[in-house]
Design a protein around this ligand. Structure first.
Ligand SMILES: [Fe+2]
Length: 169
């Protein structure tokens, strides 16, 4: 049981770093995007949800008598910013944002599913419940992005064809 509990703490810390990375990435995207208001609005909403997810992870770590690891958080923020920087140089920045966002949501979904099973194995029902709440938000975000891929792609292509300077973002 002690080993499972330690594993659960590791997974909670990983998820905490992951959500810090998510907030950094959303912030960079919100700073840049101008021509895709639906995408921007949903990103804003998901940023709020992600802050709640961070709070849930803090609550879970406290329950286990530990707290978040500052070191991992810094590394994650750095890689999120590097990812965002790469997108800035793309002539189809909004498409790269879609790719990055959808990939991140899938990554988060797997992490929460693993977290839920580990919490259950550790007998931590409250932590399991918190992770399930976050999982539902990640799944909703992933399916929203999925539904927007054709819409945003067509919008990008028609702006790009019309020669709009802001087509990329
Ligand atoms: Fe997310």
């Amino acid at each position: 049981m002690a080993a499972i509990r330690d594993t659960l703490i590791d997974y909670l810390r990983d998820a905490y770093a992951m959500e810090q990375q998510a907030i950094s990435m959303i912030d960079r995207q919100l700073e840049r995007l101008e021509s895709y208001p639906d995408f921007t609005a949903r990103l804003r909403q998901h940023r709020d949800e992600t802050e709640h997810q961070v709070e849930r992870l803090e609550t879970a770590l406290h329950r286990l008598g530990t707290d978040s690891s500052a070191l991992k958080t810094m590394g994650a923020k750095l890689s999120a910013n590097m990812q965002a920087m790469m997108n800035i140089f793309a002539s189809d920045e909004v498409i790269k944002d879609l790719l990055a966002s959808y990939t991140l949501e899938q990554w988060e979904i797997v992490n929460y599913k693993v977290l839920i099973q580990t919490a259950q194995a550790a007998g931590e029902v409250e932590i399991q419940r918190l992770a399930e709440e976050s999982l539902r938000e990640e799944e909703a975000m992933a399916s929203w992005i999925d539904s927007q891929i054709p819409i945003i792609t067509r919008s990008f292509l028609s702006r790009f064809e019309a020669g709009g300077q802001q087509a990329a973002r």
